[in-house]
Design a binder for this molecule. Structure first.
Ligand SMILES: [Zn+2]
Length: 256
């Protein structure tokens, strides 16, 4: 019977039968893998924390008739510091949610795995505003890898330099200059500060994002636009992203 090794990041787990789990992973080649962890819900299971969400593990998978089965799993990075902290876990759930939805089609985008790992590594020690900065940077970079790279420098319609423009077109993923575009439902307001922040985040390494010191209100605006952009282009219900957005908006309302 065929078996193969895979390094993968656990995105979510679903109950199967009395004691099993189906675990959804992002494999290192950027494809999604769903595999059964037999007996993982039994006390003292050999899987222990090895298939918990946000864990990176080396696994041996056995290919069955329908789903694959995990026969071995060794932790590479546990990211336990994310699971033990409410704010980190909430932010990381957004990353897992988006990865779960955009990796389904298996486009063999291997940079996606590296981005996911770098983001979660940064989450291990991040707190407060830096968590939001990491989420925004992840949404931006993952969408770019998914084929939707937003443009912030030139008008998406005529190519004219877009300096002080604030109308961001979700459909085309960029700004309209004064003479272009209309007022359609796919246009959202992007503040000049949020635009600058998004440009900086697009070019920054994940490990450097926490040190950028982007103010909370700017991050909140940038998050709002990126969230709308993701929701517009990813045809799936992103529950963790919706919950996280509700908290970000609540924080913003509370600080005004
Ligand atoms: Zn234009």
């Amino acid at each position: 019977m065929p078996s193969h090794h895979v390094r993968a990041l656990s995105l979510k787990k679903t109950k199967l039968g009395e004691t099993d789990l189906i675990v959804t992973f992002l494999a290192s080649d950027g494809c999604q893998v769903r595999a059964v962890a037999k007996g993982a819900r039994k006390p003292g299971s050999r899987f222990g924390g090895r298939v918990e969400p946000f864990t990176v593990a080396d696994m041996l998978l056995h290919t069955g008739r329908s789903l694959e089965t995990i026969t071995e799993a060794e932790i590479v990075t546990s990211h336990a510091a994310i699971r033990s902290d409410y704010d980190r876990a909430q932010a990381a759930s957004v990353i897992a949610d988006v990865l779960d939805k955009i990796s389904v089609e298996c486009q063999m985008e291997d940079r996606l795995f590296g981005l996911a790992c770098a983001t979660l590594d940064a989450f291990d020690t991040a707190e407060g505003d830096t968590l939001l900065a990491l989420v925004v940077a992840f949404l931006l970079k993952s969408m770019a890898m998914h084929g939707y790279r937003p443009q912030f420098d030139a008008c998406v319609e005529c190519g004219a330099a877009a300096a002080g423009e604030t109308r961001f077109a979700l459909e085309l993923g960029g700004l309209y200059c004064e003479g272009c575009g209309g007022t359609g439902p796919d246009i959202v307001y992007l503040s000049p500060d949020a635009r600058t922040a998004l440009r900086v985040l697009m070019g920054a390494k994940m490990a450097d994002v926490p040190g950028l010191g982007i103010p909370r209100d700017v991050l909140t605006d940038a998050f709002g636009v990126m969230r709308a952009f993701v929701v517009y282009h990813v045809p799936a219900r992103l529950k963790a992203l919706a919950l996280y957005a509700a908290e970000v908006m609540r924080d913003a309302a509370g600080s005004r």
